[in-house]
Design a protein around this ligand. Structure first.
Ligand code: ASP
Length: 617
């Protein structure tokens, strides 16, 4: 065992066992709990490693007893004394040290403590998150938060081990750089030495890691801090940590093969009690993931796959013929009709069905058609149009059995996918279909290279501006007009697929990466399709384009969100629970009170003046 002895302690508060009875020890830690029985005072002494019971007897050690009388919870003390076995019946089976106690000979208060704003020794007591964040140093003293930080530390340790065992070099890249776009807003830092200019904080080390491949590093990784100045919707943080890696002379399979083996070994080491649902990880194309799960980060812990009902609603010639106007009109207009079978919900109340329809509308559908498969018959408001036979065929095709409820959405293809995908996840969670213990990893690949941006009237990279194109799609990197400056939504480029892969875990995107374009000419062609002129390419990516003229190896990589990964492994709903010092949704650090107004003179030194925002009126 690691020796953690210092002048303040011979052992930690978690170390002593029955076999240690009879030895003289010194401990140091916080008073976790104090029980005063007059002549005898019991102190539970706590540090990161555990809790040890200390007995202070007034007749044996009057000075120590006087000091213990003064002690309150969270005082920091050091105690010297003899380890004794507890009397039979007095053991505490819940504590690893529960077989012994230390009889204090000497006790010194190292520092006093005010009454904390919440109980440290009652980890389950509900505490408002803003109070926890303001007193995070106290929150981290509590066992659950400490346990999660230890898990995170082990996660990173295992990640490092796997990389070093596979020829990776850990390299730090700078925080003050030039903008590396990942689709978010940059944080900028004004330069004092070069007035009027700014650094950007990296949204990711993307360009730097690619330059390390040009530099011949071969395999790089970093536990990298990334910064994105976004409104903190959902579970985002302005700064977060990625496992960032890049490899040379690789195909998509080389990268995903390494990452998969690493993810398996890391998961097994950090959470040995959690089974992996499927190894090797299942792999879906982007199209297939959307078609079957309505999501490009499918949760595979439960079924409820999306089923295409079109074939049952058309005649032999493919014309809509269901007799149900909503379905027929949708299909005639190029829309789709798809459904999911929700287990055990056939007897859902009217109110419950209304709730589901309301959710479907909120997600963008015009409505929701439901079919309940009860013992003897199928029922639902649409039955009078569809007829019992067709309704039964539809339910059957969705895989519904007795007692199940079929939810059908008829709409534009993208709406159908999205709405059913969300309902699937909502219901999977609400009905407890997803086993919380299981880790279901999967890969999604073959993403489209570009997405049409209607506002800008042009294409932008769906993931990363440097992603390579699937070789057989290279010819598609053109516009219909032949001029990249005159794009249109029907351009062949919109059909080109990227050598991009995402890793998903239990319905969350854990990370993504790609094999990159390593030839300057092709990269410029892709940049042009993303709306860059020669001048803007130079300005934004000049350094990298130049580097690619000095021999760039084929390379690819990935970045994986450490915060998200730790949260999922620790079974937490938010990444804040696995971050030591997260910010609130308005980007505040409640403990240190950041952001705050600069010191007088700081603006002046930078040649800046705060002019505020113009009055919106
Ligand atoms: N830089 C990308 C990201 O942060 C990941 C990658 O392509 O390696 O999302």
């Amino acid at each position: 065992m690691t020796n953690l002895a210092t002048p303040y302690r011979t052992h930690t508060c978690g170390a002593l066992r029955g076999d240690d009875a009879g030895i003289d020890v010194r401990l140091a830690g916080w008073v976790h709990r104090r029980r005063d029985h007059g002549q005898l005072i019991f102190l539970d002494l706590r540090d990161r490693h555990g809790i040890t019971q200390v007995v202070v007897d007034a007749t044996e050690s009057p000075d120590a007893h006087a000091a213990a009388t003064r002690c309150r919870n969270e005082f920091v003390v050091t105690v010297a004394g003899l380890v004794e076995r507890r009397r039979p019946g007095g053991e505490n089976a819940k504590l690893p040290t529960g077989g012994i106690e230390v009889r204090a000979r000497e006790l010194t208060v190292l520092s006093e403590a005010k009454t904390p704003p919440f109980y440290i020794n009652e980890p389950d007591a509900p505490v408002d998150e803003s109070v926890r964040l303001q007193y995070r140093y106290l929150d981290i003293r509590r066992e659950p938060m400490l346990r999660r930080l230890l898990l995170r530390s082990q996660l990173v340790e295992e990640i490092r081990r796997a990389h070093h065992a596979n020829g990776f070099v850990e390299i730090e890249t700078p925080i003050l750089i030039k903008s590396t776009p990942e689709g978010a807003r940059d944080f900028i830092v004004p330069s004092r030495m070069q007035p009027g200019t700014v650094y950007a904080l990296p949204q990711s080390p993307q360009q730097l890691k690619q330059l390390l491949m040009v530099a011949g590093v071969d395999r790089y990784f970093q536990i990298a801090r990334c910064f994105r100045d976004e409104d903190l919707r959902g579970d985002r943080q302005p700064e977060f940590t990625q496992l960032d890696l890049e490899m040379s002379f690789v195909t998509e399979e080389t990268v995903t093969g390494f990452v998969e083996a690493m993810a398996i070994s890391v998961s097994r080491a950090v959470t040995p009690e959690r089974p992996l649902q499927q190894v090797p990880f299942p792999r879906f194309t982007y199209d297939e993931a959307l078609e079957r799960f309505g999501s490009d980060k499918p949760d595979l812990r439960f079924g409820m796959e999306l089923t295409d009902l079109g074939p049952l609603l058309t005649d032999a010639a493919g014309a809509p013929a269901s007799g149900f106007r909503v379905f027929d009109e949708t299909l005639a207009a190029g829309g789709r009709v798809k459904g999911i079978a929700v287990p055990g919900l056939a007897d859902a109340s009217r109110a419950r069905i209304d709730e589901l329809s309301e959710a479907a509308r909120r997600y963008g559908a015009r409505g929701l058609v439901t079919l309940a498969v009860a013992a003897a018959e199928i029922h639902g408001p649409s039955l009078k149009f569809l007829g019992a036979e067709r309704a039964s065929a539809l339910a059957h095709r969705c895989g519904a059995g007795e007692g199940d409820l079929v939810l059908i959405v008829a709409d534009r293809p993208a709406v159908v996918t999205d709405v059913l995908g969300r309902l699937r996840v909502d219901l999977g969670t609400k009905l407890g279909l997803a086993d919380p213990a299981v880790l279901a990893y999967c890969w999604v690949d073959r993403f489209p290279m570009y997405e049409w941006d209607a506002e800008r009237n042009g294409w932008h990279a769906t993931h990363n501006p440097f992603s390579g194109v699937v070789p057989e799609d290279e010819a598609l990197l053109v516009t219909a007009s032949g001029d990249p400056e005159r794009p249109s939504p029907d351009d062949p480029a919109g059909r080109a697929r990227a050598m991009q892969y995402d890793l998903a875990l239990n319905g969350w995107e854990l990370g993504g990466g790609s094999v990159r374009i390593h030839q300057r000419a092709l990269l410029e062609r892709s940049f042009a399709l993303q709306g860059h002129t020669r001048a803007s390419m130079r300005q934004k990516f000049g350094g990298m384009l130049d580097a690619f003229e000095y021999g760039a190896p084929p390379h690819g990589g990935i970045a994986i969100g450490i915060d998200r990964w730790a949260a999922l492994l620790a079974d937490q709903a938010t990444i804040r629970e696995v971050m030591a010092f997260p910010k609130t949704s308005s980007g505040s650090d409640l403990m240190l009170d950041a952001p705050s107004a600069p010191d007088p003179g700081q603006y002046a030194e930078l040649g800046l003046r705060y002019v505020g925002f113009p009055d919106p009126a």
